[in-house]
Design a protein around this ligand. Structure first.
Ligand SMILES: [Zn+2]
Length: 387
């Protein structure tokens, strides 16, 4: 019999194996395991070759520090291996931006339309939040402190630009975030490169109420401008996260492809109504009208942001009667009293159309916005055909 005292340094743990056919040494190890809570399997007496292997491992572990049971040793090794594996996985998560749990880029957009496009391009690498709701007037927003907090933590800030969000200037200043200030890598003016409509040819004064002094800022309502918006967002994302360039560029390619596919269908559906005359409330629609061949002959507002005078309304009614204009397009956030009055005098239908994603429930993204608008327009044209 082998003297186990040399291994344990004590005779206290020496036990007798209940199975007399087994050697006593492994049973010492087995009983030790039992006292340390090892499994039933581990407490079984082992055959001799297994025991020699275990004892050899125990000896190698170092007699000087007091020999632990093989099971404790194995447990320690297993624990160490698990810790090393987890460390490697966590390091990969932190260093590899492609990993699903990598930190997301925080994007704040002023509108839901920009949010939708940013989500297309940023994919699972971004978390996007918008400031204005889809049913709100984008010209008039209360600059709440909560918006400043959002911007304070943002990595990228995307604006429609021009003079649509004059309210955003206060938020930008209050956010105290140099990453997203004008000229910083995290600042995106989505209007860069857009061929603007209605650029004033003469000097105009915003104090008179005109809020489109740089040209029409509702350019996202031409779906082809969506590609330019997407390009500007792409460039912003690449600036602040160059390691994801290939991913963002692939998403942009897919976005353009999907937009082209949709546009062919939208144009085809609108073809029978090219040249239809309508009245609109505010100058929200020129980009949409130009793309789809609608002819906006006049507006309820004499100038963007200026309420109509009785004389203007009277002239409008007269013109609509003469030209037999059957449709008034109105944004959800403008009053209905004047359009309804004009409708009562002319028989024209008032059609309220959303101007942005989530403007009405069911419009989930940028493509959905045009799906909805085109369908509503076609239904209205069918119900109130122009001569
Ligand atoms: Zn406007």
């Amino acid at each position: 019999m082998l003297n186990i005292h040399a291994l344990s340094g004590s005779s206290r743990n020496m036990k007798t194996c209940p199975d007399e056919s087994q050697d006593q040494i492994p049973c010492f190890l087995a009983m030790k395991a039992k006292t340390t809570g090892m499994t039933e399997r581990a407490t079984k007496c082992h055959s001799l070759p297994e025991r020699w292997h275990e004892l050899s491992s125990a000896l190698q572990a170092g007699l000087s520090g007091g020999v632990q049971s093989v099971f404790e040793l194995k447990e320690k090794i297993l624990r160490s291996a698990i810790i090393v594996c987890f460390s490697i996985i966590i390091s990969l998560m932190v260093l590899n931006p492609n990993y699903a749990f990598a930190k997301k880029i925080r994007v704040i957009t002023t509108s839901t339309d920009l949010k939708s496009i940013a989500e297309f391009i940023g994919g699972d690498r971004v978390k996007v939040e918008n400031i204005t709701k889809g049913y709100q007037n984008p010209h008039i927003v209360d600059p709440k402190p909560s918006y400043m907090l959002k911007l304070n933590k943002a990595d990228l800030f995307v604006k429609v630009g021009l003079d649509l969000e004059l309210w955003a200037q206060l938020l930008e200043e209050g956010a105290r975030n140099p990453r997203i200030r004008f000229g910083s890598p995290g600042y995106v003016d989505a209007s860069i490169g857009v061929k603007l409509l209605e650029i004033p040819q003469t000097r105009i004064d915003r104090s008179l109420g005109d809020i489109h002094v740089f040209g029409n800022p509702h350019y996202w309502l031409d779906p082809l401008n969506g590609k330019i918006i997407a390009h500007n967002i792409l460039e912003g994302l690449k600036r602040i996260s160059p390691e994801n360039t290939n991913y963002f560029e692939e998403n942009k390619r897919l976005f353009d492809k999907e937009l082209d596919t949709h546009l062919v269908k939208w144009l085809e559906k609108m073809k029978p109504y090219y040249g239809t005359n309508v009245i609109a409330y505010h100058k929200t629609w020129p980009n949409l009208a130009k793309r789809f061949g609608i002819n906006i002959v006049d507006y309820v507002e004499p100038k963007p942001g200026i309420s109509p005078s009785p004389a203007h309304i009277a002239n409008l009614i007269k013109r609509m009667r003469i030209e037999d204009i059957k449709l008034i397009i109105k944004e959800p956030y403008y009053e209905s009293k004047v359009p309804n009055f004009i409708s009562s005098k002319t028989g024209a239908r008032v059609l309220t159309l959303p101007t942005s994603v989530e403007g009405v429930s069911g419009i989930k993204d940028y493509f959905g916005l045009f799906d909805f608008i085109i369908n509503e327009l076609i239904n209205a044209f069918k119900e109130s055909p122009s001569p």
